[in-house]
Design a protein around this ligand. Structure first.
Ligand code: PLP
Length: 437
């Protein structure tokens, strides 16, 4: 009785009703998450009570300002940073673009071709800024960098990830550094495989390198991490990570669809150049009247993560490990776990797998599922059709295996009972595709 009860409990121990056969099971929490009830409450209250313009000095405005300040504190607490180092943005895409555009502007300003910046000339004056990233980044990093390269505004190195462990190696990042390198941007955890990148080691080594570079008059290399997938799934602390910039995305941790950017020593140690110009909000770094209800929701979502992250992590890991056990038990040798790399740390909630067989392409299999709601990879890659995920191929997953890949990502309310339903659903879908049902 004990065990059966525990099977249906969520990350906060709330009991679930036994799922009816017809119910759908959502296992796509890396794509997006629902709002926590407390988040909806905070947003609703802000809409009702704090509708004033946060820049106004009368009570409705002051109330909105207080909510925004509290949210900023909660975000800072979640990542171990200072509130004044957090600015609100529309989401991960904006935060990532802002870091990249800002570093390019900064480089062009400081290392202008004509050297008229009123300082000693540097060995890279007139050069293009150089940015280092890796081959499995989200499109909101990859595409702005490709555009900058095409427009001859920056040079970019895409460092391949290891085909053994799916991680980018700090050694390879360091080897890619050039005199004009100004930014290294590496995601904290990959959205398709869940592999956690060695960001603390990269930051440590870049910092050591910066000391030598300073002596030679070379620009400091700053480090950015896109923490969209890691937040709410494992502890994230900017002090341990040693990064200068960190991207925060609300809808991946049960918050609303806005985001934030952490900038270490914003405007003092670390420069930030706005992409937008307007009313002076967010100290001019991101002007525009603040979206108080969304910010209130983001703050509440961050507060929940700060308070419960270990419990969320343990719950998701338990359900995901059970899922992998059940898949192995049901499909035996035919299962290929695409996200289990030797020696690599991975997120507690992500299971990327393929069931081998000529008819079992990921999309075809998902289309046959009657219960499971999931995806074959990043939601923003849905235009790829049946082509295998470039991320999996970069990680060394063979083409015929990658073609059959499905990404399951569990959440705070996922249960073992749901896993049983999903595995049963997959079994029936396989049988239908192979003409046995
Ligand atoms: C790793 C990563 N970075 C950035 C983003 C983009 O966030 P948004 O869609 O909120 O702009 C996502 C969302 O899928 C993501 O997974």
């Amino acid at each position: 009785m004990e065990a059966a009860g525990a099977r249906n409990r969520d990350a906060r121990g709330r009991a679930e009703k036994s799922p009816p056969e017809s119910r759908k099971v959502y296992m796509d929490y890396n794509a997006t998450t629902p709002l926590e009830p407390e988040v909806i409450e905070a947003m609703t209250e802000a809409m009702r009570e704090a509708w004033g313009n946060p820049s106004s000095s009368y009570p409705a405005g002051r109330k909105a300002k207080e909510i925004i300040n509290k949210a900023r504190e909660n975000l800072a607490k979640m990542i171990g940073g200072q509130p004044q180092d957090v600015i609100f943005t529309s989401g991960g895409t904006e935060s990532n673009n802002l870091v990249i555009q800002s570093m390019v502007k900064h480089f062009h300003k400081v290392h202008a071709a004509n050297g008229d910046t009123g300082r000693h000339p540097s060995p890279v004056d007139g050069a293009l800024p150089h940015i280092i990233t890796c081959t499995v980044e989200h499109d909101s990093i990859r595409l702005p960098l490709e555009h900058l390269g095409e427009e001859h505004k920056a040079e970019v190195t895409f460092v391949p990830v290891s085909k053994v462990n799916g991680q980018v190696e700090a050694e390879d990042i360091l080897a890619a550094v050039r005199p004009a390198t100004c930014l290294v941007t590496i995601m904290l955890a990959n959205n398709e495989t869940g592999v956690v990148m060695p960001v603390p080691e990269i930051s440590r080594r870049v910092r050591a390198l910066n000391q030598q570079r300073a002596a030679g008059g070379l620009p400091e290399v700053l480090v950015h991490t896109d923490a969209a997938q890691a937040l709410g799934k494992q502890r994230v602390d900017v002090r341990d990570l040693g990064v200068d910039f960190l991207t925060i995305v609300g809808h991946k941790f049960y918050g609303p669809r806005i985001g934030a950017l952490y900038v270490r020593g914003l405007g003092e140690h670390t420069p930030l150049y706005p992409m937008l110009f307007g009313g002076g909000q967010e100290r001019n770094f991101r002007p525009g009247t603040e979206n108080t209800p969304m910010i209130a929701g983001l703050g509440k979502a961050a507060e929940l993560v700060a308070e419960n992250c270990e419990a969320y992590e343990a719950h998701m890991r338990g359900v995901r490990d059970y899922l992998e056990e059940r898949l192995a038990a049901e499909f035996g040798e035919r299962i290929h776990l695409n996200s289990q790399f030797p020696g690599a740390k991975r997120l507690p909630n992500t299971c990327n797998f393929s069931i081998q067989g000529p008819q079992l392409q990921g999309r075809a299999l998902l289309a046959q599922c009657r219960t499971l709601l999931a995806s074959v990879g990043a939601a923003c890659h849905s235009e790829l059709g049946d082509r295998p995920s470039p991320v999996l191929l970069s990680c060394g997953v063979p083409v015929d295996v990658a073609r059959n890949a499905i990404r399951l990502s569990v959440g705070r309310s996922s249960t073992r009972a749901e896993v049983d339903l999903v595995v049963q659903d997959l079994k029936q879908a396989v049988a239908r595709l192979e003409g046995q049902a």
